[in-house]
Design a binder for this molecule. Structure first.
Ligand code: PLP
Length: 444
C-alpha cells in the first residue's frame, strides 16, 4: 500500500498536515474551516500575527518596485533602512547588520565572522568554540555542530566539526543542586566554563555561544541573575568573543528588543531571525560590533562569506515594516503587560497541577514542563511522546502550541512552549491558557 499523500516532503513522511489557507491576527485558518489560535507563532515567529495590513502594504509596494538585486552589485533602500533601525539606535557596540535568510544562516555567519576576525588580528590559533548542552542553534552542519541537542546531532555526528565543545546550561530546574543559591549556581557554572577555557587552552578559544533565553530545546529557560555577566567577564579576560543567539528569544519576544538588554551585558556578535520578519518573509541577521568589522575592514577588507539571497530587498522591506509596527504601536509595552497576564494565568492554571513541574519564561515567551512526579522532578517516559500528544490534542481543540521533549542529553523534559503574537488581546491570552489546560488534562 502506498503511503504517499503529497509530493511535498513534509516533516513526517507518513502524513500530510492540513493546508493553512489564510490567517488574521492571532488566528490561522485550516482548509477544513477550523480556526486555530497561533499561540506559539509557529516557533516564536509570527510576532505580529497574520496578515498585518501595514506589513502587507509595505511588501506589495516593495514587490512592485524591486523584488531582488544581487548584493555583489547593489545595496537597496530597505536593507539600508533596516540596518539603521536595528543597529543605528540600540545601546551597546553592535554597529553593523548582515542580512541572511534565517536563523541557521545567521549562526553560520556569526561563527565564520568570529573565526575570520581572529585570523585578521593575528590570532589564528583561536579555533575553538564553547557552547552549551541542551541548546539549539540551527540545523545546517555548522549550526548543528554548535548546538547541544544530542538527539539532533547523533545521526550526523561524523559530519560535525570538533571545534565545538559544550558545557552545562544555566537550566536551574534540572541543573541546580538542592540547597544551592542562584549565586552559588552561577559561580559553579562560571567555574566550569573557566575550566573548559583552560582545558582547551584559553588562547585557542574564539567565542562562547549561548541563547540568552533557551527556546526550542528546553523551553523558555532564563538564566539566573548574574550568569551572563559572569560569562562576559570570562570571555573578556581571555580575549574571546561572546556570540548570543537571539534567533528565537530576540526582537521583543522577552519584552526588550534584545533579551541581553535584561542581563546588563552586550554581545560582540548576535544572531536574530524569527521576530525580525515575523514570518512575512524568510529573513535573519547577524549583528556585529564595530571592533570586529573595523579589524577586518583594515585587514583583508571583506567578510569571506555570502549567499545568493543576502539582504533580499523584499525580505528587508517586510522586516522593516514589522519593526516599524512594533515601534509605532509600542508593542514592547504590550509584550510586558500581556506577559505578566500570561505568567499569572499559567500559574493559576498549572501552579498546583500534579504533572506540571515548572512554569518558566519571560515576556511573551513561556513554557510549562510536564513531570511524572513533581517532588522528584521525574520526567515521563519519552517513549510516551507526551508533548506530541498534547500538541495534537490542543490542535484538535483550536490551539497551536509548540511542544518539545524526548530525551535530550539525558534530561527528559516534555514541555510546551507558548510564544503568542505581541498583538494578542487579554481575552486571547486567557483562551490560550484555557485551551492548553484542557489539552494537558486530557492527556496526563
Ligand atoms: N537558533 C535558535 C535559538 C533557534 O531557535 C533556531 C530555530 O528554531 C535557530 C537558531 C535556527 O533558525 P532557522 O530554523 O531559521 O534556521
Amino acid at each position: 500500500m502506498s503511503i504517499r499523500t503529497s509530493r511535498v516532503l513534509h516533516r513526517s513522511l507518513r502524513e500530510t498536515p492540513p493546508k493553512a489557507v489564510g490567517g488574521e491576527g492571532v488566528y490561522l485558518f485550516a482548509e477544513d474551516g477550523r480556526r486555530i489560535i497561533d499561540a506559539s507563532g509557529g516557533a516564536a515567529v509570527s510576532c505580529l500575527g497574520h496578515q498585518h495590513p501595514r506589513v502587507i502594504a509595505a511588501m506589495v509596494k516593495q514587490a512592485s518596485t524591486l523584488a531582488y538585486a544581487h548584493t555583489a552589485f547593489f545595496s537597496s533602500e530597505p536593507a539600508e533602512a533596516l540596518a539603521e533601525t536595528l543597529v543605528g539606535q540600540e545601546p551597546g557596540g553592535l554597529a553593523y547588520a548582515y542580512f541572511v535568510s534565517g536563523g541557521s544562516e545567521a549562526i553560520e555567519a556569526s561563527i565564520k565572522l568570529a573565526r575570520q576576525y581572529f585570523i585578521e588580528r593575528g590570532e589564528p590559533q583561536r579555533q575553538h568554540f564553547i557552547a552549551r548542552r541542551q541548546s539549539y542553534h540551527g540545523n545546517t552542519l555548522g549550526a548543528l555542530a554548535a548546538g547541544g541537542n544530542a538527539w539532533r546531532r547523533a545521526p550526523y555526528a561524523p559530519l560535525l566539526s570538533s571545534a565545538f565543545s559544550h558545557v552545562t546550561p544555566a537550566f536551574a530546574y534540572h541543573e541546580k543542586h538542592d540547597g544551592e543559591s542562584d549565586a552559588q549556581f552561577v559561580a559553579r557554572l562560571a567555574a566550569e566554563l573557566e575550566a573548559e577555557f583552560q582545558r582547551l587552552g584559553a588562547d585557542t578559544i574564539a567565542a562562547f555561544l549561548a541563547e540568552p533565553v533557551v527556546g526550542a530545546t528546553a523551553g523558555a529557560v532564563t538564566a539566573p541573575e548574574g550568569y551572563f555577566k559572569a560569562v562576559r567577564e570570562i570571555c573578556d579576560r581571555h580575549g574571546a568573543l561572546l556570540i548570543l543567539d537571539e534567533v528565537m528569544c530576540g526582537m521583543g519576544r522577552t519584552g526588550t528588543t534584545h533579551a541581553w538588554q535584561q542581563e546588563g551585558i552586550t554581545p560582540d556578535i548576535q544572531a536574530i531571525a524569527k521576530g525580525l520578519g515575523g514570518g512575512y518573509q524568510p529573513i535573519g541577521a547577524m549583528l556585529a560590533s564595530g571592533k570586529i568589522i573595523d579589524t577586518i575592514r583594515s585587514g583583508s577588507g571583506a567578510f569571506q562569506h555570502g549567499h545568493t539571497y543576502l539582504a533580499h530587498p523584499l525580505a528587508c522591506a517586510a522586516a522593516l515594516a514589522v519593526q516599524n509596527v512594533i515601534r509605532e504601536d509600542r508593542l514592547l509595552d504590550r509584550v510586558k503587560e500581556r506577559g505578566k497576564q500570561l505568567e499569572q494565568r499559567l500559574t493559576e492554571r498549572f501552579g498546583n497541577h500534579r504533572h506540571v513541574g515548572d512554569i518558566r519564561g519571560r515576556g511573551l515567551f513561556w513554557a510549562i514542563e510536564l513531570v511524572a512526579d513533581r517532588a522528584s522532578r521525574t520526567s515521563f517516559d519519552p517513549a510516551l511522546k507526551l508533548h506530541q500528544k498534547i500538541k495534537a490534542e490542543a490542535f484538535a481543540n483550536g490551539l497551536g502550541c509548540y511542544p518539545g521533549g524526548g530525551t535530550v542529553d539525558g534530561v527528559r523534559g516534555d514541555h510546551v512552549l507558548l510564544a503568542p503574537p505581541y498583538i494578542a488581546s487579554a481575552d486571547e491570552i486567557d483562551q490560550i491558557v484555557d485551551k492548553l489546560g484542557t489539552a494537558v488534562d486530557n492527556v496526563v
